[in-house]
Design a protein around this ligand. Structure first.
Ligand SMILES: [Zn+2]
Ligand SMILES: [Zn+2]
Ligand SMILES: [Zn+2]
Length: 157
């Protein structure tokens, strides 16, 4: 069991160390094995300036990838977090601030190729051009090669 090679936390430590050396590239190391990403993610039609649908704050919002609801971050009123807690399959959200993707069930940044069209849509609004090819895919390949039985660590209780 313990001979299975890199587990998630070991991989995280290695990537964090790499990030410390290279500066900003790997400051955020997303999980690529989040099982909570909806299977058919639709590209939203909302503007990236849309205010929180619950409290109306426009300073720091997230979009729920399941229903495209726009809700504020934990640094405002935490309405996205509350939404994720209330709706069973709405735990993944993309930040309007930096386009990072957070899973409230994994409690971690995540990445998944199916989110690319949605993030690219937001990226285009924010920066005027589509999102460049994701770096995360290289990390994904590394993870797959290091053993496919690494899911025990990430199991939900
Ligand atoms: Zn997850
Ligand atoms: Zn709010
Ligand atoms: Zn939702």
């Amino acid at each position: 069991m313990t001979a299975s090679g890199l587990d998630d936390s070991t991989l995280q430590q290695i990537l964090t160390a790499a990030g410390a050396r290279d500066g900003q590239f790997f400051a955020i190391t997303p999980r690529t094995d989040c099982p909570h990403v909806p299977t058919n993610v639709q590209v939203p039609t909302v503007a990236i300036t849309t205010p929180c649908q619950t409290c109306g704050d426009a300073s720091e919002n997230w979009i729920c990838v399941a229903c495209h609801g726009v809700l504020c971050s934990r640094y405002v009123k935490g309405d996205m977090s509350a939404h994720a807690g209330a709706e069973a399959d709405h735990s993944v959200a993309v930040s309007f601030s930096d386009l990072s993707t957070w899973c409230f069930k994994c409690n971690d940044y995540i990445d998944n190729p199916v989110l690319q069209p949605l993030r690219s849509f937001l990226h285009k609004q924010k920066f005027g051009e589509p999102m460049p090819a994701p770096r995360g895919l290289e990390l994904d390949a590394t993870r797959v090669a290091s053993g496919s039985d690494s899911k025990g660590k990430g199991r939900q209780h």
